[in-house]
Design a protein around this ligand. Structure first.
Ligand code: MN
Length: 272
């Protein structure tokens, strides 16, 4: 008997529009293609043992690099937020289509979204008025209904239940860092949410982006996944944190028994 599982891909911090010595919009396109091909390669490996009919995608924000987030931002961009959004809608529509396609690589695709701090329009605007949010809505208009569901949260966080397990997702900009390390802040916040701070206190996984690094922290009954980024050689990260970004995204399996069966960190800067 062939077993069936679902799978989850986490996408965050693509920062379309941002320019660094090794990143711009043409590199964005290339990295999205690497992500697609590397995911399909892992799928072929898993398919030797399990069917994977459903792809779940958590989109954790900072998809668009935005405008006026810091004073000199315009000098570090190759397009404005409007053009970045047009590009994002076209490229991610293709990305999702390539998983549905004629080969029907996945029978069903479910997306859950949260907005990032880089999508903010201004300090005095509604916190819901956000370039990421507009992008998600445009993507939903193109994709919803064709065995694809885009679940856009009205809150600052989103929550997915997959095979009976709970996955809490948020961007991460309100997490305090201690000595520029975020883990203590994330665990403290998640423990409060688990004890009633938010309504959805049943979660096995906490998933976030924002820190542009990959992390995997076990804490009693929950586990924290930090997702990587498309942006490499970001001078802010080098100067302020002394760190190097990790260009890898989480991809993992889920079945009824376990909230994570197998896991791969998909490479974004190369094939394989
Ligand atoms: Mn970011």
């Amino acid at each position: 008997m062939v077993e069936t599982e679902e799978c989850v891909l986490i996408i965050s911090d693509t920062h379309i529009g941002r320019v660094t010595p090794t990143y711009n919009i043409s590199v964005f396109r290339q990295r999205l293609n690497f992500l697609r091909q590397n995911l399909l390669k892992v799928k072929r490996i898993i398919n030797r043992s399990y069917k994977l009919p459903v792809l779940n995608i958590f989109m954790l924000g900072d998809v668009i690099d935005g405008e006026n987030i810091f004073p000199t931002q315009a000098y570090k961009q190759d397009v404005d937020a409007d053009d970045a959004m047009d590009l994002a809608v076209d490229e991610f529509e293709d990305f999702i289509h390539s998983f549905r396609g004629r080969n029907a690589r996945f029978k069903e695709i479910n997306m859950w979204t949260v907005e990032g701090n880089h999508g903010r329009v201004g300090r005095r605007n509604s916190e819901k008025t956000n370039f990421d949010r507009i992008f998600y809505k445009r993507l939903a208009d193109r994709l919803n209904g064709k065995n694809t569901n885009v679940n856009i949260s009205k809150k600052w966080y989103n929550y997915a239940e997959i095979q009976g397990h709970g996955y809490l997702m948020f961007h991460g900009e309100d997490i305090m860092m201690y000595q520029t390390i975020p883990y203590y802040g994330i665990v403290q916040r998640a423990m409060r949410w688990k004890s009633g701070g938010i309504h959805e206190s049943y979660f096995n996984y906490v998933c976030l982006g924002h820190f542009h690094t990959v992390g995997d922290q076990f804490w009693n009954d929950f586990r924290v996944l930090l997702n990587g980024t498309f942006v490499t050689d970001d001078d802010f990260v080098q100067k302020k944190l002394g760190m190097k970004e990790i260009p890898k995204f989480w991809f993992f399996g889920v079945n009824e028994e376990r909230p994570m069966t197998w896991t791969y960190l998909l490479e974004l800067t190369r094939l394989g």
